[in-house]
Design a protein around this ligand. Structure first.
Ligand SMILES: C[S@@+](CC[C@H](N)C(=O)[O-])C[C@H]1O[C@@H](n2cnc3c(N)ncnc32)[C@H](O)[C@@H]1O
Length: 234
């Protein structure tokens, strides 16, 4: 079974949003498993200290390598990828999410304070993963985002099996616009083609809209797609 192990100094934040809706139902149904490890349980003193002042001075505190290493050693005894949520990590993409969802699960280390002692990152081979170019106060919400993105791709979790195939990023395009009843909302009608019943025309319209939105909103994705399309074979 796909398993997420999360190492955090705020274990009570879990399952949080992962306990409701699709992910929550799948968790209750046993489609995936979650264990949360309290990093403080691996501290060596009676105050359960997990952080210390930065070598070289400067603001904030740093998560201690020895405490974190003990927590990791207790949680990560199998072949699952060992990831540290980190703003300086490789940005998470739908491709990576698909690969992670197709594996045995993940072990996720949630940073806090100014960050994590570099030596434990090197010593335990932590792979740094970012959820975007902004700074959160801790890795927990980033871990939840990663887990949620993976869990919805697990077999049987999403209602309609085609949903994932058509979504943003799956084919290097953003998704086309959606509409539902009423046919007119505040003077804005549903595009006529969607009510035509002509499936080929509808598919062509959706494709054109997906391309237009990607060109307008994400020139980076569009350029990457262009490069793939024009790349010579071989
Ligand atoms: C306040 S942040 C530390 C930021 C760090 N001093 C820096 O400038 O890169 C504390 C923790 O939040 C998590 N975090 C913050 N932003 C993140 C992001 N964009 N993606 C993934 N994790 C993030 C990381 O685990 C990080 O160690």
């Amino acid at each position: 079974m796909w398993r997420a192990s999360v190492l955090s100094i705020f274990p009570d934040m879990f399952p949080g949003p992962l306990g409701v809706s699709l992910a929550g139902k799948a968790l209750t149904a046993g489609a995936w498993a979650l264990d949360v490890v309290d990093i403080r349980n691996f501290a060596a003193d009676k105050h359960r200290t997990v952080d210390d002042t930065p070598a070289g001075g400067g603001p904030g505190m740093v998560m201690k390598a020895d405490v974190l290493a003990r927590a990791i050693d207790a949680a990560a005894a199998d072949a699952r990828p060992l990831l540290l949520l980190s703003p300086r990590g490789v940005p998470l993409t739908q491709n990576r999410v698909e690969a992670l969802a197709g594996g045995p699960g993940v072990v996720l280390v949630c940073g806090r304070f100014e960050g994590v002692d570099e030596r434990v990152i090197a010593a335990r081979g932590l792979e740094e993963v970012s959820v975007g170019d902004y700074v959160l106060s801790g890795g927990e919400i980033a871990a939840m985002a990663l887990i949620d993105a993976c869990v919805r791709l697990l077999p049987g979790v999403m209602g309609a099996p085609d949903s994932a195939a058509e979504e943003s990023f799956t084919h290097g395009l953003l998704e086309y616009p959606h509409y539902t009843r009423p046919p007119v909302f505040e003077g804005r009608p549903i595009p006529e083609v969607l009510l035509s019943g002509d499936h080929a025309k509808i598919a062509a319209w959706r494709r054109a809209e997906a391309e237009r939105l990607t060109r307008e909103r994400r020139p980076d994705l569009w350029a990457a797609r262009d490069r793939k399309v024009t790349k010579p074979a071989g």
